[in-house]
Ligand binder design. Structure first.
Ligand code: ATP
Ligand code: MG
Length: 647
C-alpha cells in the first residue's frame, strides 16, 4: 500500500484522511453550507431549490401537517426534464456531451445536450400519440442504453410516472411490478448484449404482459437485431415511431408534488416495496447532493456512476442529479469483465473519467482480480471516488483510494436508500476528514440520530438504530398502493417521536464519526453482546486471502446466536483448510473480540447477491439454520446455493 503524506494511520477507527489544501481550495462545498443549514434548515432548502428553474415559485417550503406524507415547495411547479435538458441548451451548452455511451460490443456514441433534447422531444411526442397523459404509469425494462435515459426523461417531461424494472429480473418479477402500478406502456429492447452474446429480452416481456390488463402498448428498441415476435396492435418499434416523431416539444410544468417515479427496493430484507418519489423536492436534493458530494464541475469533469438505472442510484446519480447539473458522463452497457477484466479501466482511460462512483461489491471484485489489472492503466484523471450500497470495509476503502485513486482521491462513502431518494450521510470532499469505512456525518440540511430502543439519542461511542428525525426534500411520499405498509414499515417504530426508522444499525465512534453497521435484522446477538455483521465481515476481508465475506447469526442453543461466516478467496490465494480457518478466527478475535469469533467458516465459490450487488444475508441465514429459502426473486443467480450447500 502506498502511504501518503496526509495519512495519519494508527489503529482502526482513528485512521484519518484530511482533505488536501488544493482540493479544499477548489471544492464546491464550503463551511458556509453547514452554517446556513444550522441557522435555518428550511431557509437552507429554500436556497437549494433555487438551483432549479421553476415555472411557478412555491409559497411554503415544507408542509408537514399531513405527516408522514410531506409536501415540499408547496404551490411550486416545474418540469423535471426541462431542468435536466432544455435549460442547458438555452444556456448555450447544447454542444456539450451529456452522455458518452459505451456499448458492450465496443460500439460508442456521444449524445450532446442538443441531441438529448431532440431525442426526448421525439419520445414525448410519440408517447402522447399513444394516448398517454400525465399521471399514467410506464414500465421501463431496458439495459443501460441511451434510449433508457431518454425514456425516463420523456416520461418526466409529460408527467408520466415511470417504474424502471431491472432488465435482469425475470418475467414474473416484471409482471408483478407492471400489475402493481397498472402500467399502460412497457418500453423494452429486442435483446441486450451480455458477455459477447445477444441475449433476448423481448420474450420475457411477452410472457410478462400476456394477460396483463393495464398494458396497451409495448415499445421496442432494436438494440441487437435478433428476431423477436411482435403482437399486432400492441407492439411498436422505436425506430418506426419515436424516431419518426416531431423533434419539437414544449414542456409543461407540473406541481412540485407530482409523482415522478415508482421504484421497488432491492428486496434484501423482504418483499420489494414500490417507493413513490415526487418532483420538486426530489430534484432539489438530487441536484444539491450531486453538486456538493461529488464536487462536480460542469464542462470540466467526466463523471461515471457504474450503477444501473434499475435501482435508485441510477435514477438519482445517472439521470436526475447529474443531468440537472449539466454533467458529461459515461454510460456503459456491459459487465466489468467483458471482454476482459480491464474494461472499466480502459473506459476510465478512454474518456478521462474524473469522478467514479461505484459499489463496495465491485471494489472487492477488483481486489479479488488483483491490482496488476488497474495498474496497467493510466487512471490519473480520477480525482474523486464514491461508494454506495453497503458499508465499505476499511480494507476495500484503502485499496480503492490507493489503487484506483492514486493514493490521493477523496472517497465519499454515501449512505442513503431507495426511500431517501438522495444521499443523506456522506463526507463532503474538501471539508470532511474521512475515516475508512465511515460515512462520517449527515449532510448539511439533513438531520439524523442514532437512538436506542427507548428513543434515547446516543452520543460518541453509542451503538443503536439510525433514524431521520426531520423530513427531507427527496423523502419518499409512500408505498404505491399500500400507505398502511408505508406507515408501519418506517413510522411505527418511533411513532411518538415522529421519526423515520431507516432499518439500519449504526454507531458513533469516540470522535463522533458515524458508522453504518448494516441492517437491524442482521445485527447478531451472541451471549447478550450485539455484534454487527459488517464489522465481522471487515475483519475477515482484512485477511490477505479473503476477497469477500458474508456473516450471519444462526440460532444457537447456548449463545442465543452463533456467528456463521461464508468467505470467497482472492484470485491465487491458497485454501489451506483448517489452517486458514484458524487464522481467520484469530483475526476476528484480535480485531473485534473473542466473542465475535465465527462458530463456523465456510469457503464458498460465490455469495448470493441481489441484482444491485448486495449480499442477501437473510437467505444465508435460512441455510445456516437449515430452512427452506425465502423469496429469491431478486437474486442474481439462485444456483449459487447448490455450490454453497455442496460445502
Ligand atoms: P429492501 O429495502 O427491499 O430490503 P435494500 O434496502 O437493499 O432493499 P436499497 O434501498 O437499494 O434497498 O438499499 C438501501 C440500504 O443499503 C440501506 O438501508 C443500507 O442498509 C445500505 N447502504 C446503502 N449505502 C450504504 C453505505 N454507504 N453504507 C452502509 N450501508 C449502505
Ligand atoms: Mg431497504
Amino acid at each position: 500500500m502506498t502511504s501518503t503524506a496526509d495519512t495519519n494511520a494508527t489503529e482502526h477507527g482513528s485512521e484519518i484522511y484530511p482533505p488536501s489544501p488544493e482540493f479544499a481550495a477548489a471544492a464546491n462545498a464550503g463551511p458556509e453550507l453547514q452554517a446556513a443549514a444550522d441557522a435555518d434548515r428550511l431557509a437552507f432548502w429554500d436556497t437549494q431549490a433555487k438551483r432549479l428553474d421553476w415555472a411557478t415559485p412555491w409559497t411554503q417550503v415544507l408542509d408537514w401537517s399531513d405527516a408522514p406524507v410531506a409536501k415540499w415547495f408547496v404551490g411550486g411547479s416545474l418540469n423535471v426534464a426541462y431542468n435536466c435538458v432544455d435549460r442547458h441548451v438555452e444556456a448555450g451548452n447544447g454542444d456539450r456531451v451529456a452522455i458518452h455511451f459505451e456499448g458492450e460490443p465496443g460500439d460508442s456514441r456521444a449524445l450532446t445536450y442538443n441531441d438529448l433534447l431532440t431525442e426526448v422531444s421525439k419520445a414525448a411526442n410519440a408517447f402522447t400519440d399513444l394516448g398517454l397523459v400525465a399521471g399514467d404509469r410506464v414500465a421501463i425494462y431496458m439495459p443501460m442504453i441511451p434510449e433508457a435515459i431518454v425514456t425516463m426523461l420523456a416520461c418526466a417531461r409529460l408527467g408520466l410516472t415511470h417504474s424502471v424494472v431491472f432488465a435482469g429480473f425475470s418475467a414474473t418479477a416484471l409482471r408483478s411490478r407492471i400489475d402493481d402500478a397498472a402500467a399502460k406502456l412497457v418500453v423494452t429492447v429486442d435483446g441486450q448484449w451480455r458477455r459477447g452474446q445477444a441475449a433476448p429480452l423481448k420474450p420475457a416481456v411477452d410472457e410478462a404482459v400476456d394477460g396483463a390488463e393495464s398494458v396497451e402498448h409495448v415499445l421496442v428498441v432494436q438494440r441487437t437485431g435478433i428476431d423477436v415476435d411482435t403482437v399486432a396492435g400492441r407492439d411498436l418499434w422505436w425506430h418506426e415511431t419515436v424516431e419518426k416523431a416531431s423533434d419539437q416539444h414544449t414542456a409543461q410544468p407540473f406541481d412540485a408534488e407530482h409523482p415522478l417515479f415508482i421504484l421497488y427496493t432491492s428486496g434484501t430484507t423482504g418483499k420489494p416495496k414500490g417507493i413513490i418519489h415526487t418532483s420538486g423536492g426530489y430534484l432539489t436534493q438530487a441536484s444539491y447532493t450531486h453538486h456538493n458530494v461529488f464536487d462536480h464541475k460542469a464542462g470540466k469533469d467526466v463523471y461515471w456512476c457504474t450503477a444501473d438505472i434499475g435501482w435508485v442510484t441510477g435514477h438519482s446519480y445517472i439521470v436526475y442529479g447529474p443531468l440537472s447539473n449539466g454533467v458529461t458522463q459515461v454510460v456503459y452497457e456491459g459487465t466489468p469483465n467483458s471482454p476482459t477484466e480491464h474494461r472499466h479501466f480502459e473506459i476510465i482511460e478512454k474518456y478521462g473519467v474524473s469522478i467514479y462512483y461505484t459499489a463496495p461489491t465491485l471494489v472487492r471484485t477488483f481486489m479479488k482480480w488483483g491490482r496488476e489489472i488497474p495498474d496497467a492503466h493510466d487512471l490519473s484523471s480520477i480525482r474523486l471516488l464514491g461508494s454506495v450500497g453497503e458499508p465499505i470495509n476499511p480494507e476495500a476503502w484503502r485499496w480503492f483510494r490507493d489503487v484506483i485513486g492514486g493514493g490521493t482521491a477523496p472517497i465519499v462513502d454515501t449512505w442513503w436508500q431507495t426511500e431517501t431518494g438522495a444521499i443523506m450521510i456522506s463526507p463532503l470532499p474538501g471539508i470532511t476528514a474521512t475515516k475508512p469505512g465511515s460515512a462520517m456525518a449527515p449532510l448539511p440540511g439533513i438531520s439524523a440520530k442514532i437512538v436506542d430502543d427507548e428513543a434515547r439519542p446516543l452520543g460518541a461511542g453509542g451503538n443503536g438504530y439510525l433514524v431521520l428525525d426531520e423530513p427531507w426534500p427527496s423523502m419518499l411520499r409512500g408505498i404505491w398502493g399500500d400507505m398502511d405498509r408505508y406507515k408501519d414499515t418506517y413510522w411505527s417504530r418511533y411513532a411518538e417521536e415522529g421519526w423515520y426508522f431507516a432499518g439500519d444499525g449504526a454507531k458513533y465512534d469516540e470522535d463522533g464519526a458515524l458508522w453504518v453497521l448494516g441492517r437491524v435484522d442482521d445485527v447478531m446477538n451472541v451471549s447478550g453482546h450485539r455484534i454487527s455483521t459488517s464489522e465481522v465481515e471487515s475483519a475477515l476481508v482484512g485477511h490477505h486471502s479473503v476477497a469477500e465475506a458474508a456473516v450471519v447469526g444462526a440460532a444457537d442453543e447456548t449463545t442465543g446466536q452463533g456467528i456463521v461466516a461464508f468467505v470467497i478467496l482472492r484470485e491465487g490465494a491458497e485454501n489451506t483448510g483448517e489452517t486458514l480457518i484458524a487464522e481467520l478466527r484469530a483475526q476476528v478475535s484480535t480485531e473485534i473480540s473473542p466473542i465475535a469469533k465465527p462458530r463456523q467458516i465456510t469457503v464458498v465459490p460465490e455469495l448470493p447477491k441481489t441484482r444491485s450487488g448486495k449480499i442477501m444475508r437473510r437467505l444465508l441465514r435460512d441455510i445456516a439454520e437449515g430452512r427452506d429459502l425465502g423469496d429469491t426473486s431478486t437474486l442474481v443467480d439462485p444456483k449459487v446455493f447448490d455450490a454453497i450447500r455442496g460445502k
